[in-house]
Design a protein around this ligand. Structure first.
Ligand code: GLC
Length: 534
């Protein structure tokens, strides 16, 4: 095995922290870095190897922090640069590595570069950092292309000139508050090299690359096929000018050189929602990013045939590059697994969902490669689907005129202790920034800590056992493909059996770990998983 094969990130378990919702250390109702620092022993106690911290940079929060005004600082609501340095030191002392978010497909509209660009004339160097274009049609009143925004509506917004007359348009793949950077501008590329070095010099162990597939736009900004411009469906797009164009790979090669020049073993993980595993494999070629999120797995239905083929396709497509797979059930952008897996025929059954989510966790942790856990999934939290409309903050809600409620339901502040909101999330007078359900008293860290059958203790035990087999390469399916059961081995060190069928199935003997406490010996019930760890 080469040193590269042994690299920590090839099999790491990484815990995603969404800092605004993790823990409030200063009593203002929003999570912050002090809250994270205070709870680092909890994260280390889960048995993960690293954390990924969603954006902590100064931001007007038009898109939950993914609208950055300064890539080299910390938002005052979260703390200071000194707090970030303390967090890195404390995490490292606990054996945890730290990945930060790199959000450079776009900036905030409040970023000094964009303010300068707005104040500057068309064609000026300040505007060349972004995509400013004249409109089409009479008086330039139509957007320059037919491109659409991920959050609904056109991807272009018209500016107003200093004299009050309508001006050029600018491009924003996401919200209008998130103007896209033009990566063909050398000044943009050079500055972001400096951002990478800034955080590497402070000891970060890697970067999660936001919106990786959006970063390069073809010269001339051609229109997309109008038939494709009805809805934001990048999982179906190929040869689309807004998404997954070949130019993105030049950017990653450039970053890889910066990272490889730095001592240590830092990792990158791409957020690249693309058409299929073959397209995804292009992001992790040896001179590009190290790993990529596996959205095909995350979005797969609870179906043995589907999941088996996603696993096989993922591993086969990555084989040529040698990059490890990654597996995750959710993130700060996704419906929580308890809710997603509990949805049948338009109705959500949280009991079914929690049972499947427990089995899905054992499946995920058994697969070869890295795994991600989104904060709160280890408590079995469900999506909060009844947030009052006035509380909703996700731009998706506004941009779709309420047709989509957005992602706030998975970002509700975590319950730590006690029987009523704020469940120990904050000890200040301010309410948590999103209201917590009245029903979470059995789902706090405190409550689950003392319950041997809790989701929390299942995660802890599974992540502990995983250390014994995680560097076993690949997997081998046991038996013929089945439309009911997933059954595979990782060498002699693990056998994982998951029953997705309607009736119990026989097992070879008493397992080391069940996804359900009290499952009867001998047979594996529907929607449960069992591990045999050697
Ligand atoms: C990524 C982030 C998401 C954000 C978007 C725009 O998809 O995960 O939260 O809204 O990029 O930055």
């Amino acid at each position: 095995m080469s040193t590269q094969d042994l690299a920590w990130w090839r099999h790491a378990a990484i815990y995603e922290i969404y800092p605004r919702s993790f823990a409030d250390g200063n009593g203002d109702g929003e999570g912050d870095l002090r809250g994270v620092i205070d709870r680092l022993p909890y994260v280390a106690g889960l048995g993960v190897d690293a954390l990924w911290i969603a954006p902590w940079y100064p931001s007007p929060m038009a898109d939950g922090g993914y609208d950055v005004t300064d890539h080299r600082d910390i938002d005052p609501r979260f703390g200071t640069l000194a707090d970030a340095e303390e967090l890195l030191d404390r995490a490292h002392a606990l054996g945890l590595r730290v990945l930060v978010d790199l959000v450079v497909n776009h900036t905030s509209e409040q970023h000094p570069w964009f303010r300068q660009a707005l104040a500057a004339a068309p064609g000026s160097p300040a505007r060349a950092r972004y995509f400013f274009r004249d409109g089409r049609g009479p008086e330039g009143g139509e957007p320059p292309t037919n491109w659409i925004s991920a959050f609904g509506g056109s991807a272009w917004t018209r500016t107003t000139d200093p004299d009050g007359s309508p001006g050029q348009w600018y491009l924003h793949t996401f919200a209008p508050e998130q103007p896209d950077l033009d990566w063909s501008s050398p000044r943009v590329a050079e500055d972001v090299d400096g951002v990478l070095r800034f955080w590497l010099d402070r000891g970060v162990d890697g970067f999660r690359v936001d919106a990786a597939s959006a970063m390069a736009k073809p010269a001339g900004l051609p229109d997309a096929d109008p038939a494709l411009q009805v809805a934001w469906t990048p999982r179906e797009w190929a040869d689309h000018p807004q998404w997954d164009t070949d130019g993105v790979h030049d950017i990653f090669r450039r970053w890889r050189r910066v990272i490889d020049d730095h001592p240590g073993e830092q990792v990158t993980v791409a957020e690249a929602v693309v058409k299929d595993p073959e397209r995804l494999a292009r992001y992790v070629r040896p001179d590009e990013l190290h790993t990529a999120f596996n959205f095909t797995f995350m979005h797969a239905s609870w179906d043995a045939t589907v999941l088996r083929s996603v696993v096989d396709d993922t591993l086969a497509s990555l084989a040529p590059s040698g990059a490890p797979a990654t597996w995750a059930l959710s993130s700060h952008d996704e419906v929580r697994p308890v809710t997603r897996l509990g949805r049948t025929g338009g109705i959500t059954d949280p009991v079914l969902g929690r049972r499947r989510a427990r089995a899905a966790a054992l499946l995920t942790f058994a697969l070869p490669g890295g795994v991600y856990v989104y904060q709160g999934d280890e408590l079995g939290l469900a999506e909060v689907e009844d947030l009052p409309e006035h509380a909703l903050q996700d731009p998706v809600y506004r941009r779709t005129a309420g047709r989509a409620r957005g992602r706030d339901g998975c970002r509700v502040p975590l319950p730590w202790s006690g029987h009523h909101p704020p469940y120990g999330f904050t000890d200040g007078p301010g309410a948590p920034w999103l209201p917590q359900p009245a029903t979470w008293s059995d789902l706090t860290v405190e409550a689950e800590d003392g319950d041997p059958g809790s989701v929390l203790n299942l995660y802890r035990e599974a992540l502990r056992l995983r250390r014994g087999f995680r560097d076993e390469p690949g997997l081998v399916w046991a038996g013929d493909p089945s439309d009911r059961v997933l059954d595979f081995r990782r060498g002699d060190r693990l056998r994982c059996v998951v029953n997705l069928g309607p009736t119990p199935v026989d097992l070879p003997g008493p397992p080391t770990l069940w996804s359900e406490p009290g499952s009867p010996d001998g047979r594996l019930p529907t929607d449960t998983a069992a591990w045999y760890v050697g």
